[in-house]
Design a protein around this ligand. Structure first.
Ligand code: COA
Length: 332
């Protein structure tokens, strides 16, 4: 039987650091409110003159390739998770393929928001197991700062979401590797965290330029309370699902890398599951919530810090817009 394993990890975040104090100068908020409610102290915002989702993804990919001792030419397929593609269409997968100079290879875009990276990993895992490809690039990358309403009107989301990119390279292995992945969704809650535009549900007469300036077009709508309540339940469920599927106990998790939604959510899960501090990785304090990029950035940082070693059991878990939620259990 053929399995897949992650052979390289990389990440890239924009240079510009935006602190809570800087946000307080733009809108009615405070460092205390943001820290207490979300755990975030600072985040990265792109320079629109320099950065794109695809070029941040390219930088993350180059680091992952270097760490894996591979080159661009080894990549046979791209799975790209983002909800903030450079264009409404085509997706950023083909733009990354262009930047890497890999004309002709397939590029698939995944738009499952905060769960996007695990969905992407799961798709890549199946392609490797089936023997279709030998080297797959899996990316999560987002630019949210350009859509943020950086005024008091948008403060409930502007302080949370941020920019960054992470990449993983998958190759076949004789033993796992990726032990299992678990994917879920519940569209009844789609409008609890969503951006309506430029969706096709908007009638043509509402899309005229003069209408767009003064409406909720492009605004992130989030019912924070609902998201929080569902997140804590689904995170726990899907982590336990992964453990049960592999007959493992929570004590066997070397490192849980949760999607960096909100530090309070991660702490809640840690407490409920009675995990030690060294069993949970958080970096939301420095990067905010980078949606599909948060798990690969955290994984890449954790690996770079020596927190992930051979044979370790790594659990990835995510929850987000959709609602969608997912987990992956990996033997490194
Ligand atoms: N600064 C200061 N005050 C703010 C604020 C900000 N950035 N954002 C909202 N507020 C205000 C609200 O207007 C409200 O004021 P009011 O009581 O006068 O109406 C008050 O703070 C409380 O708002 P509420 O939304 O009830 O706060 P909360 O305790 O639920 O915290 C979140 C808000 C968003 C931090 C919290 O709901 C949360 O973390 N939810 C999960 C969100 C998440 O993880 N999203 C990503 C999923 S992938």
């Amino acid at each position: 039987m053929r399995f897949s394993k992650i052979v390289g990890l990389g990440h890239h975040v924009p240079e510009t650091v935006i602190t809570n104090a800087q946000l307080s100068a733009m809108m009615d908020t405070t460092d205390e409110w943001i820290t207490e409610r979300t755990g975030i102290k600072e985040r990265r915002w792109i320079d629109p003159a320099k950065d794109t989702v695809a070029n941040m993804a390219t930088k993350a990919t180059r680091l992952a390739l270097k760490r894996a001792n591979l080159t661009e030419k080894d990549i046979e397929f791209i799975v790209f998770a983002t909800i903030t593609p450079d264009y409404f269409f085509p997706g950023s997968g083909v733009l990354l393929q262009r930047e890497l100079g890999l004309e002709g290879i397939g590029a698939l875009d995944i738009r499952n928001a905060c769960s996007g990276f695990i969905y992407a990993l799961s798709v890549a895992d199946q392609f490797i197991k089936s023997g279709m490809y030998k080297t797959i690039l899996v990316v999560g990358a987002e630019i949210q700062s350009t859509a943020i309403d950086a005024t008091t009107r948008g403060r409930n989301t502007a302080v949370i979401f941020a920019d960054g990119a992470g990449a993983a390279i998958l190759q076949p292995a004789d033993k796992p590797g990726i032990l299992s992945t678990h994917l879920h969704s519940d569209g009844r809650f789609a409008e609890e965290l969503y951006v309506r535009d430029p969706g096709s549900s908007r009638p043509r007469e509402e899309r005229q330029p003069e209408q767009i300036l003064d409406t909720t077009h492009f605004k992130v709508v989030m019912n924070g309370n609902q998201v929080f309540k569902h997140a804590v339940v689904r995170f726990m469920e899907v982590i336990n699902e992964a453990l049960n599927a592999n007959s493992m106990k929570k004590e066997e998790i070397t490192l849980l890398v949760p999607h960096q939604a909100n530090l309070r959510i991660s702490q809640f899960i840690q407490e409920k599951m009675a995990l030690r501090d060294d069993q949970v990785y958080n970096n939301i304090m420095r990067y905010g919530n980078t949606t599909a990029a948060s798990i690969p950035i955290a994984l890449s940082e954790a690996w770079g810090e020596g927190r992930i070693k051979e044979n370790d059991v790594i659990c990835l878990a995510a929850f987000g817009s959709g609602f969608t939620w997912a987990s992956a259990l990996i033997r490194w």
